[in-house]
Design a binder for this molecule. Structure first.
Ligand code: C2E
Ligand code: CA
Ligand code: CA
Length: 554
């Protein structure tokens, strides 16, 4: 009897020793149990973690771990169970099953063993919890980028990913909610919003919160996806103020991508994210990433990749479009327009200017073009036939704080007259840009360089520009003349022209394609014209013929 007790003590020590073996943490529980299982007639031991419901897991999180299964099998009769509250919050339950046709020999010892296993397992559950936390967004508890990608990867592995639509969406107006109700209520609203979406999705769909107001989701194609799309356009919830529920609506701008069996896993977030950023630009509530958009995006990528080399290889060229006095037919100036020639093939500005603007690389091109123009003007000045050339400066360039100094340095370097350069820039409605533009225009004015407001009339602030900005010229947008105008529009154009005259601001109409348009605008008092009626933008060699003739060449 004493000997048996001693054996059992010995076994228990061995068990504890194995259980706490740090060198093989994964196997230690199983090894320790197999050492003691025969004497206890243990068939199987499982642990179950069940957490309370949370946004991320509306039904709570459940996980089962099998610690040990005997080769002799087990029976589900007379299981021995113990439960513990865990901090998660939730419970861990351990259940011991005996071998078939047998009972656990010593229940008290079995329970002691289970408690020891629980201690060992708890640290394991803790590790897993930390792992789960690193995979969730701290505020809403939804999967973060890592957690979301893990779920997506699982769907790839299971071969079911092509049943889903992948979404990326950005909430609209959340900044306002934070402002109105404070950050803390803002957080609460975000949690409520997340809960509504989570409840509207199914168990095997995934909703992720990347942080801030950016969300992602994998929603089953067809009806589910259609409903989801409808839902995120407008979610009604509330914010609390002084114990009162104030209704708030949350909208979203979304990008969506149908996932195919060959879609690369890394595009699960980036694909719809790109579509979402396109949606923002077009102000459409949802943009679907399809073949056409993909093609566009690829073209953009190619542009970005090729740009630097193209600039170094001097693939960019200046074309000059003559500006003409409609009464005398005289050449009064030109606009410099960028042209990209790749292996003799011309890429139109519409294909690269917006891309370069988006990636803030337009400044490099504008400065390069500006220098090319200065070089040409120097040549023409020597020959005594220079006329002013307008050079386009993108509003993005204003972020370069030494833009003005760089332009001035180029003018100095080529030794040209400031009177032969006009800086052309489009109007803006953003406050930040307005301040930068005001400063830039003033610098130019003080240094004696003329300025022109491009596409005048397309923005919101046209008239205040005349009053506020120190500009030398405005260039009326093509839209003024390309459609049949109402009497009201005519009156507006006429008063702009009159006002400009009184303020000593030059005025020019661009995009004049035919004689009716010319007669219309000259009739309103604007005689300076740029447009296909006189000439398309020309390569330098052909523009020189205009310079020589001082007007339309023979
Ligand atoms: P923009 O500055 O408004 O330039 C005028 C555009 O209208 C030019 O297009 C010109 O070819 C076109 N155009 C001129 N007359 C007519 C006409 O009678 N009818 C029609 N339908 N179009 C006419 P382009 O050269 O394709 O340039 C497009 C835009 O790309 C420019 O519009 C400008 O915003 C931008 N861009 C071109 N070169 C540069 C550059 O060097 N720097 C920057 N930042 N932007 C540039
Ligand atoms: Ca222009
Ligand atoms: Ca223009």
């Amino acid at each position: 009897m004493a000997a048996r007790k001693k054996d059992q003590m010995e076994m228990l020590w061995q068990f504890i020793h194995l259980l706490t073996d740090k060198s093989h943490p994964d196997q230690s529980v199983e090894q320790a149990l197999s050492f003691i299982a025969d004497s206890l007639h243990l068939g199987r031991l499982i642990g179950e973690l069940q957490t309370e419901p949370a946004v991320s897991h509306p039904k709570g999180y459940y996980e089962q771990t099998v610690f040990y299964t005997s080769e002799a099998g087990f029976t589900e009769d007379h299981p021995l169970k113990i439960s513990y509250q865990v901090k998660e919050p939730g419970t861990v339950t351990l259940t011991a099953f005996s071998r078939p046709g047998e009972r656990i020999t010593d229940e008290r010892q079995m329970i002691a063993v289970m408690e020891l296993v629980n201690l060992a397992a708890e640290s394991r559950f803790m590790v897993e919890k930390a792992d789960r936390e690193s995979m969730t967004q701290f505020l809403t508890g939804l999967p973060n980028a890592g957690g979301y990608m893990r779920e997506a990867a699982r769907k790839f592995q299971a071969g079911v990913i092509d049943r889903y639509d992948a979404y990326y969406f950005n909430l609209t107006g959340f900044g306002l909610i934070n402002k109105q109700f404070g950050q803390e209520q803002g957080d609460e609203v975000m949690i409520r919003y997340s809960t509504i979406l989570r409840n509207a999705t199914e168990e095997d769909e995934v909703l992720g919160h990347l942080g801030g107001d950016n969300y992602v989701a994998l929603i089953k194609q067809g009806e589910n996806s259609r409903k989801f799309r409808e839902l995120i356009r407008n979610v009604d919830t509330y914010a609390m103020r002084a114990n009162e529920k104030i209704p708030v609506s949350i909208g979203a701008i979304a990008g969506m991508m149908k996932v195919g069996p060959t879609t690369p896993v890394e595009q699960i977030i980036s694909g719809p994210a790109i579509a979402c950023s396109f949606a923002k630009k077009t102000t459409a509530p949802l943009i679907v990433l399809d073949d056409e958009l993909n093609e566009r995006i690829n073209r953009r990528k190619t542009v970005e990749q090729k740009f630097e080399k193209a600039l170094a290889n001097q693939e960019f060229n200046v074309f000059y479009q003559p500006k003409v006095d409609a009464f005398t037919g005289e050449l009064i100036g030109a606009e410099a327009l960028a042209r990209w020639f790749e292996n003799g093939q011309m890429i139109p500005p519409g294909d690269f200017i917006p891309v370069l603007e988006d990636s803030y690389r337009i400044t490099e091109l504008d400065l390069a073009l500006f220098r090319l123009v200065c070089r040409d003007i120097a040549e023409w000045e020597k020959e005594g036939k220079a006329v002013p050339v307008s050079v386009n400066i993108s509003r993005r360039d204003l972020l370069d704080r030494s833009l003005f100094e760089k332009l001035e340095a180029a003018i100095r370097e080529f030794g040209i007259s400031k009177g032969h350069i006009i800086v052309e820039i489009t109007e803006t409605s953003s406050d930040l840009e307005k301040n930068l533009m005001m400063k830039f225009l003033n610098q130019l004015k003080e240094s004696g360089i003329r300025t022109s407001i491009d596409d005048f009339g397309t923005g919101y602030s046209s008239l205040s520009i005349l009053r506020e900005f120190p500009v030398s010229e405005i260039k009326l947008d093509r839209s003024f003349i390309d459609k049949k105008l109402e009497k009201k529009d005519e009156i507006i154009i006429q008063s702009i022209i009159e006002m400009a005259g009184k303020l000593n601001i030059d005025i020019i109409q661009e995009g004049v394609e035919n004689e009716q348009q010319r007669d219309f605008i000259t009739g309103l008092g604007c005689t300076k014209i740029q447009g296909f009626l006189y000439s398309k933008p020309l390569p330098k060699s052909r523009y020189i013929r205009w310079l020589k003739a001082g007007g339309i060449p023979d």
